[in-house]
Design a protein around this ligand. Structure first.
Ligand SMILES: O=C(O)[C@H]1O[C@H](OP(=O)(O)OP(=O)(O)OC[C@H]2O[C@@H](n3ccc(=O)[nH]c3=O)[C@H](O)[C@@H]2O)[C@H](O)[C@@H](O)[C@H]1O
Length: 431
């Protein structure tokens, strides 16, 4: 029985049982010969196209490799030049989260006084990445190179420590936000725990080991009711996963200090605000909504008690960060081994004068000259705490930390920046 293939494409025309004249047979033979030639050509073309496509994909993946966002001679040149110190006794600092709110301000302040700064940021989309890109452009204009990369990328970190003998790491990269932790818990574990460990591993192996200053959070005080919050107070009752990851970060940092002799300082920031701030925070989103005529939701505590925060202006926080870097002391380890005890410190960086959320709204209304449409509801059980209040005497004693900007003044500066950045001053609204 002839196979299907034989029937469709007989190897010899004789297999066709066609009752036709000789002429017809010759014509058919010619026709068949040309059909099989065409078939062969078609096969050839298909094979050619397939090999072209696979070559193309090889070239593509190759060029993706070669055009990776880090690596290469030019890249290393940029890194080294950005890390260059321009003052005697200066430091060379790797700033993680450099395109973030605090990261941008700290990087600029370090650069301005002559320290070397290299930035690292993953530009994730937790909030509008265009704001992060704008901050990066600002840093570039001041000669600060910002690498697009993740603190979980151990190879990138090793490459950076190979290229530069960083004296300090200012670790500000984190998944921030108290309430978002209920929506995306894993992102907190990824950045605040896994990322922290990857960074500390790189620091411990670096030669020389850098001193580390990093951002913890006032949220570690959780449900603690002793006010003002002191560093010695209990921090074992976090109210959110965000707080829990920051608290875990403090314990992890302690371990690396203990085992490897890394000098580590944790800073508990208290609700930092100001120009170039974070759009997810209340003062920022309230401003946006008030200007757009949209309602704002104001949370209220149990028994109609107003919530309060020890809102801290960015310039004060920057002074606290620089003071911490300047007094951090050296790491003692080398080759991944501890050679002696190294400093382990924790400081509150707050403003020491809590303000209620309704008062914050009043100040914004006055600066914006627009009345807010307020929707007051009871604080949902989403990780929030009713109040925060910092005792800052440790930071004061250690490096003269003294906040000088009250909420009224700080918000005025924020509103001026907001109106200019989003184009309100030019008579148009871009948000
Ligand atoms: O110090 C910290 O460690 C943290 O500070 C910040 O958290 P919070 O103090 O919670 O700031 P933020 O969200 O601005 O809410 C302020 C107030 O407005 C209230 N709030 C908030 C939103 C809203 O829609 N309505 C409202 O009333 C809200 O109930 C609260 O009372 C950082 O985001 C966080 O990353 C971390 O750094």
């Amino acid at each position: 029985m002839p196979s299907l293939e034989d029937e469709l494409f007989p190897s010899t025309p004789g297999k066709f049982k066609i009752e036709r004249s000789n002429t017809m047979n010759r014509q058919f033979h010619r026709c068949f010969t040309s059909t099989s030639t065409m078939f062969l050509w078609a096969l050839f073309l298909v094979a050619l196209t397939a090999s072209y496509l696979s070559f193309q994909s090889f070239v593509d993946s190759g060029s993706r490799y070669f055009s990776a966002s880090w690596g290469g001679i030019q890249w290393e040149k940029h890194v080294r030049s950005s890390a260059q110190i321009h003052r005697s006794g200066g430091m060379s600092v790797l700033v993680t989260g450099a395109a973030g709110f605090v990261g941008t301000h700290v990087s600029l302040a370090l650069k301005k006084r002559g320290d070397g700064v290299v930035g690292l940021d993953n530009f994730n989309n937790y909030y509008d990445p265009s704001l992060k890109k704008a901050r990066k452009a600002l840093l570039n204009n001041h000669g600060i190179f910002v690498i697009e990369g993740d603190i979980n990328d151990a190879k990138l970190l090793a490459k950076l420590f190979d290229a530069v003998a960083f004296t300090h790491v200012m670790h500000l990269a984190a998944q921030a936000g108290v309430r978002y932790a209920m929506q995306n818990p894993h992102s907190y574990v990824h950045s605040n725990i896994a990322g922290l460990v990857t960074l500390l591993e790189a620091c411990k192996s670096a030669n020389p080991q850098p001193s580390i200053v990093w951002a913890s959070s006032s949220s570690v005080y959780g449900l603690n009711e002793n006010v003002p919050f002191s560093e010695a107070d209990r921090t074992d009752q976090p109210a959110s996963l965000y707080a829990a990851t920051k608290k875990a970060g403090e314990e992890i940092a302690h371990t690396y200090n203990h085992i490897y002799g890394l000098s580590i300082t944790g800073l508990r920031f208290f609700t930092v605000y100001g120009p170039w701030g974070r759009p997810d925070m209340a003062y920022f989103s309230f401003t946006r909504n008030i200007l757009q005529g949209k309602p704002i939701t104001v949370y209220r505590g149990k028994n109609h008690v107003d919530l309060a925060r020890d809102f801290t202006y960015i310039d004060d926080i920057v002074k606290g960060c620089l003071g911490s870097l300047d007094t951090s002391g050296k790491s003692t380890g080398s080759g991944g081994k501890k050679r002696g005890p190294a400093p382990y410190r924790i400081f509150n960086l707050g403003n020491t004068s809590p303000v209620t959320v309704p008062k914050l709204v009043n100040i914004l209304e006055r600066h914006l000259k627009v009345k807010a449409k307020k929707n007051v509801i009871e604080m949902p059980g989403n990780g929030d705490v009713p109040f925060t209040h910092a005792n800052i005497s440790s930071a004061q004693k250690e490096f003269g930390y003294r906040p000088t900007t009250d909420l009224q003044t700080g918000l005025k500066k924020f509103v001026r920046w907001y109106l200019s950045y989003y184009g309100y001053n030019r008579g148009k609204r871009v948000n």
